[in-house]
Design a binder for this molecule. Sequence first.
Ligand code: HEC
Ligand code: HEC
Length: 160
Amino acid sequence: MRRLLLFSLAAMLTCLAAGTLPAQQIGGPALDAPRLKGPEPFTRETPAPAMQQQITDDVRRRRNYPDQPPLIPHAIEGYALDLNANKCLSCHSRRFTEQSQAPMISVTHYQDRDGNFLGGVAPRRYACLGCHVPQTTANPLVENRFIDMDALVQPEKRGP
Ligand code: HEC
Ligand code: HEC
């Protein structure tokens, strides 16, 4: 083990000395992240990539784990979210869900960071878009190897 470590250290040093790194480390195809490379040469102007289409089919998406902030399945264009107005709350707050038929923000949205319950929405949950995001039809840049928890653990047992 020790010898292997020493060997890889030596190999890395050699590469550094030669002014190169193995292809994998500079972003060859084997690397996870896509290359953030602009046009060649970098001064050339290229058209901006097309805007991606938002998914607004109103179908609530399954969460990848129980306390994932759910994804937004509807359009949010033009919804004000600033110091004076929060359009999201005009449907999702407890007061308005009967009218809007939107799912109510859960109880955690009324708790401060110490777990105390507040009379209104906690300030740390005011900026909804910091946690909840819409999706687009864009193709993923890298392969997604996420494995759902249900595939890893035993299926939930039913009640007694
Ligand atoms: C006009 C009412 C309305 C407004 C405004 C609104 N929503 Fe919704 N929202 C809904 C309804 C109704 C649903 C249920 C699914 C559907 O019909 O799209 C929903 C679903 C959601 C969900 C999915 C919940 C789940 O359990 O899957 C999230 C997250 C969400 N909205 C966040 C937001 C955020 C953030 C904003 C502000 C940018 C916002 N909504 C503004 C009505 C609204
Ligand atoms: C700091 C992150 C954060 C912010 C900010 C936040 N949320 Fe959430 N939200 C969550 C998480 C995490 C969940 C899922 C676990 C839970 O219910 O606490 C959730 C759940 C929800 C749900 C589903 C509730 C349910 O019972 O199924 C709705 C609807 C929602 N949020 C709307 C909003 C709206 C509207 C805002 C802005 C007023 C907002 N959230 C701000 C993290 C956040």
